[in-house]
Design a protein around this ligand. Structure first.
Ligand code: SF4
Length: 112
């Protein structure tokens, strides 16, 4: 597994033992171990994207406020595709609350 937390991209060996423990090696810092364990149990990702703005050709950039479960990515992208916002919008404004039932909000990443 390759750690994606920083540009170093450590290649890690991850082993799940019979007793359920997960052993991680090859990581240069603790974030790699935490990432590897998370990937095994509940992989998550931040999602960024664009939503339509009513009456404008330029879209609004948005992101999930925190990482969401990886299997929900398609549902989140579908929700972004279905959304049109009205201006004005400020950075951090909630655009889609509880997107796709994840418990995570989609927020604006630009002032428009
Ligand atoms: S283990 Fe640490 S140093 Fe290595 S890629 Fe991940 S965050 Fe970067």
């Amino acid at each position: 597994m390759i750690c994606i937390n920083c540009p170093r991209g450590c290649e890690m060996d991850v082993e799940k033992r019979d007793n359920g423990e997960v052993a991680v090696s090859g990581n240069a810092c603790p974030r790699g171990e935490a990432y590897a364990k998370s990937e095994l149990v509940n992989p998550t990702r931040m999602v960024t994207g664009l939503v339509r703005i009513a009456g404008m050709r330029k879209p609004l950039p948005v992101k999930t406020k925190t990482a969401i479960p990886k299997p929900k990515i398609d549902d989140v992208l579908f929700a972004l595709h279905q959304t049109t916002v009205q201006l004005p919008v400020k950075i951090g404004d909630v655009i889609i609350p509880n997107v796709a039932g994840t418990g995570v909000d989609v927020v604006a990443t630009a002032n428009m």
